[in-house]
Design a binder for this molecule. Structure first.
Ligand SMILES: [Fe+2]
Length: 294
């Protein structure tokens, strides 16, 4: 078992209908039976979900709401310093609650009138083609659990803080929402697994971990950086490379560590010209040509 390389905890559904989230022994909630029960219950909500239903209500403890309040407050301070303007403006438009964890339905109710995006629950890892594909229809798969309250600034897996503070704030921007839609269209259009991986890696190095020059300062727009209390302080010291499709689509990354290679867009226009145009038109042949370029 490669527990240290685990990203989403595996979810098992037994014949009797019970659902178990298999947390690694290194997970901060591993020894907390009550937390694990809650994780199982939340995973079951997602497994039983049908598209079109309202998102089922997840139960959180008061301690968990306090984790959200603390992390939201601390990240908001860092966003003022490190996030691009487009993200800050979109966050103002969305107006997420700061004192309690929003239900995913509440996130959808705020987001849908702005950019047409809706949140749907995910128990854990969603297959790439499905995760990206439905972005084209304005659906975003989101985990619903929150990290263990003993370590509010750390999570080994993407939790609701990442999904909502990182992604919903970007999805409230018309320009970002269009990029997500285009990524979804690309994932549906490509046929080979290799081409899908390429599309997914470009997403990783942009909408998850992208950085952008803004008024001569390096800022972040990737949801992975903007939802990480530690990583947001480190990205300026990483190996920053120019925005390049071939490099992004073929560079390997380790999901369990801070991303040490990042790609910098010179402007939002450049991000749209290079990455948006790529997703809008790419297919297996065009990706093969990019990979073969010298
Ligand atoms: Fe993400």
């Amino acid at each position: 078992m490669f527990e240290e390389a685990q990203y989403f905890a595996p979810v098992a559904k037994r014949e009797d209908g019970s659902v178990t989230v298999e947390l690694a022994s290194s997970h901060p909630g591993f020894a907390d039976e009550v937390y694990r029960e809650r994780r199982n219950a939340i995973a079951a909500l997602a497994l039983n979900y049908q598209l079109g239903d309202p998102v089922p209500h997840a139960e959180y403890t008061e301690e968990e709401h306090q984790v959200w309040a603390l992390v939201s407050r601390e990240l908001a301070v860092k966003h003022q310093r490190y996030a691009i303007r487009e993200f800050l403006d979109a966050g103002e438009r969305l107006g997420l609650p700061k004192d309690h964890i929003p239900q995913l339905q509440e996130v959808s109710d705020r987001l849908y009138p702005l950019t047409g995006f809706r949140y749907i629950p995910a128990a854990g890892l969603v297959p790439l083609r499905e995760f990206y594909g439905v972005l084209a229809d304005g659906y975003f798969h989101s985990t619903q659990y929150i990290r263990h309250h003993s370590v509010p600034f750390y999570t080994p897996e993407p939790d609701i803080i990442h999904e909502v503070i990182g992604h919903a704030n970007t999805l409230a921007s018309d320009r970002f929402a269009e990029l997500y839609r285009l990524a979804g269209g690309a994932a549906r259009r490509v046929e080979s697994e290799g081409a899908l991986q390429f599309v997914s890696k470009v997403f990783w190095f942009t909408l998850e971990f992208g950085v952008m020059r803004e008024a001569s300062e390096l800022k972040a727009y990737g949801a992975g950086i903007l939802s990480s209390y530690g990583e947001i302080e480190e990205f300026r010291g990483m190996d920053i490379r120019p925005l390049d499709l071939k490099a992004m689509g073929t560079t390997e990354y380790d999901i369990t560590k801070y991303q040490d290679v990042l790609f910098e867009a010179m402007s939002f226009d450049q991000l749209e010209d290079v990455v948006g145009s790529f997703w809008a038109t790419c297919d297996d042949d065009s990706i093969a040509r990019i990979v073969a370029e010298g």
